[in-house]
Design a protein around this ligand. Structure first.
Ligand SMILES: Cc1ncc(COP(=O)(O)O)c(C=O)c1O
Length: 462
């Protein structure tokens, strides 16, 4: 490991490069105005450093690309499927496996098999597609993450943990039969990529067993979570990432996973089922009409090969050390400048507290979104608001929901940008800081009814 004297040195060298270009300032202003002041609507060629998401945006290794040339595109029984199946069984604790085209495909297949109309699905904090698929299946998603997750400036090692007192009272209050299953999202994306501890997972497992409620994992960033356990939780320092992963997954009945994160690929998803053969059979039946035959589930053979190889690469400790350190490095650079960020820095992104950075902009005028637009204009950097814009409106009152957190997410793709790019992003923030008083709030000029943040347009307040 590189950590012996230089933690976080890249454990790879770069074989292929993709040119990126910073457009002149005037062109950036034109571009964002044409995009209705919504960075989602920019073309990627107008962006210099793209920190919109870490989902499917990372770089694959030469080993993965080589594997893609070995794609077996047979409709049934592709050898890449068997390779992926063996890999999944080896790394996670599960007897059964199905491939899907991405994480939401896995949710779409599994959730209707677990949820009856009106049942609740408590979790630490659901990702938005997870919540959507719970609702589509007739359920109600409930977030029971510990309170610290809502306080950006309060540091705690495992801010993604479930509040187990709340979980227990919730089940007692609603009744065991009204809870379909419990889901633990690792790391907890919506709470800032904050990890879940093994101790908390064990507690949740005990509660789930006591009430005989199935427990599942949303495993998109399982390896980053395991790395945090190794670094922060007593008793895990000498365990490998694979050992930690197997222990963690042995506490659940199964998992869904977007392989676009810790599968180190651009597309792919997984369903793992620990031992329930009946559930597996029903998932197989549902997979065929919605995703594809059971040995490809919406993926080409070459894609499955890339996932199989990516899953072994992601559990390499020097890979994880560089990954987590790079995100922490950007966090430190911003903190040193006095930019308020969520603490501690999570596994895949730095979350800037836009509400406190631009405290002169009232929350109803979207401070973190205004910051995202300004970040693009100043330096061609694309981030995304996770706050009032994303939260949408209360369906009953039609009023804007005012979430406690109004953040700008800077999400770091895997193995894609260098630390120098991170330094550049911090430099853009130092320039913004000098003129932050002049940054204006925004109002909506076009607002779609659902998932408004993707396609909404804005105007600056005068
Ligand atoms: C925690 C979590 N779950 C599920 C998903 C959905 O996965 P996908 O985008 O592959 O459909 C995501 C995607 O960002 C995620 O972060």
């Amino acid at each position: 490991m590189s950590s012996e004297f230089w933690p976080g040195a890249e454990p790879f060298k770069i074989k292929v490069v993709e040119p990126i270009k910073l457009l002149p300032r005037e062109e950036r202003i034109n571009a964002i105005e044409k995009a209705g002041l919504n960075p989602f609507l920019l073309s990627s060629s107008q962006v210099f450093i793209d920190l919109l998401t870490d989902s499917g945006t990372g770089a694959m290794s030469d080993n993965q690309w080589a594997g893609m040339m070995l794609g077996d595109e047979s409709y049934a029984g592709s050898r890449n499927f068997y390779n992926l199946e063996n890999t999944v069984k080896d790394i996670f604790h599960c007897e059964y496996f199905l491939p899907t085209h991405q994480g939401r495909g896995a949710e779409n297949v599994l959730f209707p098999l677990l949820i009856k109309e009106g049942q609740y699905v408590p979790g630490n904090m659901h990702f938005d597609t997870t919540k959507a698929h719970i609702e589509i299946a007739g359920g109600v998603g409930v977030n029971l993450v510990r309170e610290e997750a809502y306080k950006p400036s309060v540091s705690a090692p495992f801010k993604g943990d479930m509040d187990t007192d709340k979980l227990r009272s919730f089940i007692q209050d609603k009744g065991r039969d009204r809870v379909a299953f419990i889901i633990m999202t690792i790391t907890c994306n919506s709470a800032g990529g904050q990890p879940v501890s093994m101790a908390n997972m064990k507690e949740v497992h005990d509660i789930a067993r006591e009430f005989e409620i199935p427990l599942f994992i949303d495993a998109a960033r399982f390896a980053e979570n395991a790395y945090f356990i190794k670094k922060r939780e007593d008793g895990y320092q000498n365990k490998t990432i694979k050992e930690i992963t197997r222990e963690f997954f042995s506490l659940a009945q199964g998992f869904t996973m977007s392989a676009k994160k810790d599968g180190l690929v651009n597309i792919g998803g997984l369903i793992g089922i620990a031992s329930d053969e009946g559930l597996f059979r029903r998932a197989q039946e549902r997979l065929v009409p919605v995703e594809g035959f059971v040995t490809y589930g919406g993926l080409a053979g070459r894609d499955m090969e890339a996932v199989a190889r990516g899953l072994y690469e992601v559990i390499e400790e020097d890979y994880l050390e560089q990954r987590i350190n790079q995100v922490a490095y950007l966090g430190k650079e911003l903190t040193d400048l006095g930019v308020p960020i969520q603490k501690p820095v999570g596994g895949h992104a730095v979350f800037v507290d836009g509400k406190s950075f631009l405290s002169h902009i009232p929350q109803e005028h979207f401070p973190s979104h205004a910051l995202a637009v300004e970040l693009y204009i100043e330096g061609g950097v694309r981030g995304v608001e996770i706050g009032t814009l994303l939260a949408g409106r209360d369906p009953q009152t039609g009023e804007n929901v005012m979430p406690e957190l109004d953040l700008l997410r800077l999400t770091i793709p895997r193995r894609t940008y260098t630390d120098n790019h991170m330094k550049y992003v911090a430099h853009v923030f130092s320039r913004l800081q000098e003129k932050k008083e002049s940054i204006r709030g925004m109002k909506l000029t076009y607002e779609p009814k659902i998932l408004r943040h993707f396609t909404a347009s804005f105007a600056w307040l005068t």
